[in-house]
Design a protein around this ligand. Sequence first.
Ligand SMILES: C[S@@+](CC[C@H](N)C(=O)[O-])C[C@H]1O[C@@H](n2cnc3c(N)ncnc32)[C@H](O)[C@@H]1O
Ligand code: SF4
Length: 396
Amino acid sequence: MFRFTAPPPLSLYIHFPWCIYKCPYCDFNSHAIREDLPETAYIDALLKDLEQELPAIWGRTVQTVFMGGGTPSLFSAQAIDRLLSGVRARLPLSPDAEITLEANPGTVEQEKFAGYRAAGVNRLSIGIQSLNELHLKTLERIHSAEESIHAAETARRAGFDDFNLDLMFGLPGQTATQSCDDLLAAIELRPTHLSWYQLTLEPNTRFYAQPPVLPDNDTLWDMHNRGHTQLAAHDYTQYEVSAFAKAGRQCRHNLNYWRFGDYIGIGAGAHGKITDAGHGVVVRRSKQRHPQAYLENAGNDRCIAGQRNLTEAEIVFEFALNRLRLKQGFDLYEFETRCGLPGSRILPILQQASNDDLLLLDGSQVRHTDRGWRFLNDLLERFLPEETQHAGNNPD
Ligand SMILES: C[S@@+](CC[C@H](N)C(=O)[O-])C[C@H]1O[C@@H](n2cnc3c(N)ncnc32)[C@H](O)[C@@H]1O
Ligand code: SF4
């Protein structure tokens, strides 16, 4: 049993499992739509799913909502409006809640974006990936660079002064100059937030089965360094491994994940993490992944694919895994309130990491050294139970 003085802030994640086309690099729970989108049935299912979650969070206020996918922007503004009204009717949503919706540039209409805004969505996250036609083709994206530019302009016209662009680098055949040009072109669209990911080959994707030729490590390092310089020069501050924001425009929803906050997950394959302060446990729960199985079972126990209480070792590792992704350091008190454990539980690990110049320990304050940031995976591995750590993982 863990000792919590109070549960952490609460978020709501809503998953939409359909896309027009399955991208060859994507391992998210997303499926190409073959028939008509079951819009009404899916919103009904989400609301039933939410109702089943309510006993775990009575009395708590939701601070942020994130509609992710898949491609939530396949859904009409009316459907999103019904969903958000249903959410508000079922639980307390903070009046200043951040409400984000992910959009694909191939699914953009002015009227739809304006409708999302009217429904209460106040932040968009647009997946542009690249603004180079050649690379968009290699990634088999369904949209052109022009459509991405149009999507950003449409977002602004619809009243979204806060929007994120997702961009990737390290694309097949990409040079460092092309990745810089891409970043600069994205910056010119004046997003308040940029998520800048290095393309990775994920198991169970077509790119994994038939790997394209990716840039070599020297080129990737060059892209990384030039990209960081460019982002900083345009006042985008890095606050997480892949997240850059203008002042005050960090994504509050993702920040809550990284600070080991709580979240309810509804929708096909969604995960949640809830602190039950009264019983001193942290519960992780996931839903049926397959959209059809989810639609058939939402709201009843068969919809829950897995549920269990986290062990102490898992809580410690998950806290580190999330919290150390953020550039900002943390206080041991934060560890204690989020994990329900005494700071002394991780002190020996922190001290050893400090001796190895990976962390700086100043009283109860903990932050990365430059070396700790650079060798983040090695730092994180130290928080795994000893029997699962790799031998010889010192960054030296
Ligand atoms: C869940 S996707 C949703 C975005 C939206 N469906 C779209 O693609 O337009 C979130 C983001 O993760 C990034 N992403 C997906 N697969 C990736 C991979 N294999 N490597 C790096 N980033 C990836 C992409 O930038 C993508 O926009
Ligand atoms: S559109 Fe987005 S979620 Fe859908 S397959 Fe492509 S990357 Fe994945």
